[in-house]
Design a protein around this ligand. Structure first.
Ligand SMILES: *Cc1c(COP(=O)(O)O)cnc(C)c1O
Length: 360
């Protein structure tokens, strides 16, 4: 059987959400974050759809940046994890990539190489996330050192990453912003702090460049909110179809572990989607699924390639289309019910299923 589950990607919605980021921070430039295959939406397709509207792109790895260049993307591309080897630095020089420097081991590699042309670098500072970044208080030293470096085209952009911006009540963002602004004072360089949550919720983080990611794909960066609350349009619709419809009797048990019993004589449907497609196994029985304009509910456990849904009072037959998330069912809600965040569901589904593009 042809695989029935696919991710439909609405590139018009992607552009709408990018406009939303631009409007939220009108005086900042935009580095659109398309790491992890554009959060499962397709690296090159997403880049092509956004290139005329964005000032640059950010990816995690050099290989992703090279793929963008090979696809003809000519705007600045920042590699967020930077480089680990001399070869990666040579690729950066050849393809005019901007390399994040977050660790002194990277400086050593830069010192020991002679590049054919100087490259753009970005200094990443740790202001409290304690993941990647040079110590914030040492920024003057690193800035001077890199401005004078033979392999660097100065001045470096200076950035930091926010740990708690998705929580509007948290005071941690204020602490990070204060530290970043105090330490970078007097340095003549562009700066960047805001992810999606910073872009929409913390104007003081906008600086010269915003770095929106998840909001571009139409899901809210804030806990407990969905796309609609933030005027975003979901980009991915995860679709599948019904491959069986049965009548079952009251008390009949459904799926692995026989965890769910039919409460009455009823019709159920089997959808050809499961955790192999990126539909989360942790999603509890009773979670919503959209069928023929109705909200149905899952029954029992999610299998590898199937789920069972309740078709009581829902007219549906084999072959009918089912939406697992998208414009009718927010992925934010499905993520919440399965104890994770939309980022994870989008990456898993988008990278596991065939993608079909609309509105190129
Ligand atoms: C992933 C990432 C972003 C984008 O974050 P969202 O929460 O998806 O908006 C921005 N900056 C850095 C350094 C990142 O790694």
């Amino acid at each position: 059987m042809e695989r029935a589950t696919y991710a439909e990607i609405d590139l018009g919605a992607l552009r709408h959400n990018l406009q939303r980021a631009i409007m939220a921070a009108p005086t900042s430039k935009v580095l659109s974050v398309i790491k992890a295959n554009a959060y499962g939406h397709g690296l090159v397709e997403a880049a092509n759809a956004m290139e005329t509207l964005t000032n640059g792109f950010a990816v995690s790895h050099v290989s992703e940046a090279v793929e963008l260049r090979n696809a003809g993307i000519s705007v600045p591309v920042v590699v967020l994890l930077g480089y680990k080897t001399e070869d990666e630095l040579r690729l950066a020089a050849r393809h005019h990539l901007s390399m994040v420097i977050h660790d002194t081991a990277q400086l050593k590699i830069l010192d020991d190489i002679t590049l054919p042309c100087p490259i753009n670098v970005v200094i990443k500072l740790d202001t409290g996330m304690h993941r990647l970044g040079l110590p914030c208080q040492d920024v003057h030293y690193y800035f001077q050192r890199l401005c004078q470096h033979a392999n660097v085209d100065p001045p470096p952009l200076i950035m930091t990453h926010l740990a708690c911006a998705d929580d509007k009540q948290s005071s941690y963002t204020d602490r990070q912003v204060e530290c970043f602004k105090r330490q970078t004072q007097g340095i003549d360089a562009e700066t960047s702090m805001a992810n999606s949550a910073g872009t929409l919720g913390w104007p003081e983080t906008h600086a010269d460049w915003i770095r929106p990611g998840i909001m571009l794909y139409g899901t809210s960066p804030f806990a407990g909110r969905t796309a609609k609350d933030d005027n975003l349009i979901p980009v991915m619709t995860l679709r599948s179809s019904l491959i069986a419809v049965h009548r079952l009797s009251r008390g009949d048990l459904i799926g692995y572990g026989s965890t769910e019993a039919c409460p009455e004589d009823m019709t159920v449907g089997v959808v050809a989607a499961g955790y192999a497609d990126g539909y989360p196994r942790r999603l509890p029985s009773g979670s919503p699924v959209w069928v023929n304009g109705h909200t149905s509910k899952t029954m029992g456990r999610v299998s590898m390639d199937t789920i069972v849904i309740n078709l009581k009072d829902i007219p549906a037959k084999v072959g009918d289309e089912v939406e697992l998330w998208g414009k009718n069912l927010m992925v934010d809600d499905i993520a919440d019910k399965s104890g994770t965040i939309s980022y994870e569901l989008l990456c898993n589904a988008g990278n596991n299923c065939t993608r079909i593009y609309k509105d190129r």
